[in-house]
Design a protein around this ligand. Sequence first.
Ligand SMILES: [Zn+2]
Ligand SMILES: [Zn+2]
Length: 368
Amino acid sequence: MAGENKQLNENGEYEVKVETEHLKCSACGGNMVFDPDKQMLFCEHCGTTQVIDGQSHAVELDLDGAFFSDNKWESDESLVFTCDNCGAKVVLNKNETAKECPFCGTGHVQETEALSGIKPNAVIPFKLGLEKAIEITKNWARKKFFAPRNFKKNLKTENVKGVYTPCFTFDSKTSSTYVGRIGKTHTRVVGSGKNRRTETYTVWRNISGTYFHNFNDILVSAGEKVDQGKIDKMSPFDTENSKTYEESFLLGFMAYHYDKEVTNMWAEAKGRMDVVLRKLILSQYSYDKVSYLNVSTCHENVTYKYVMLPVYVGNFNYRSKLFNFYVNGETGKVIGKTPKSPWKILLTVLLSMAVIAGSVLLFFLLNS
Ligand SMILES: [Zn+2]
Ligand SMILES: [Zn+2]
């Protein structure tokens, strides 16, 4: 917690003093929020809009600089809240009023610390508004046959929140040397007369060489709640056209604080690149078996972006079980599980049993 910003007010309570004049409406002093439809700031109170200055392309940063970065959060910008119920670390703007965990929907969030660590340098602003995200989710749920009616009907804005999710993208110029042994299966006809038959055999060959490849924006999730698997399923995100990070884009939205270290994320990115490189190297050959392939890769000109991705996080409690779903705030792609109605499952089982029984009966009638 940023101690120096706390002051006692006349009621003897601590209040947080915030310097956010630029985030207030110039006409009425109300709180401005980012409006995905207009891509502008919008006053919730009087409707005044304000263009966000300097919406430039985010730049790539040197990986070496990440460990000594000056690009740190300032203590008076935002606070981290930790959910007592599910452990999510959520970043709220100081003028955010709804203090509710977007992942589990409970209000058991505690203000825990001022933001630390490096600050994002890039952001993909939300392109879909909340109403649109709800509509998309309802359509998605409607197509889920087993989803219970009350899930389809009762999805409300309270269930869904816009949460900027931390990711890192890495670029690297790679050069790899490799040695390996690969095989290709062939068939031949052997023998004669009665013994004439087809047999298969493998032709093995040793391979070696050098391979060059430039990677652009390999995306690595930095948060455990919205992990790599979820990011991959929601992809693509247009990281290539991400904007320079501005606090304005986060107004009215939550953000999710990263859990992992930059060095670990770089290690993960290298792992993902290794998988791609093996495929690319092998794709030069005709083979169907790999005995071994050893690849040694050098990375040059490594750069990264710490980018906030727009994700709507939904939570829904059904029979005291929590279900989460996620919507890509740029494309509207929905992922996640819906609850399943036990009645619909039972009905389906009964119906299929009836169909089987009917078919058996028909079979006997026709054959008697
Ligand atoms: Zn206003
Ligand atoms: Zn929670």
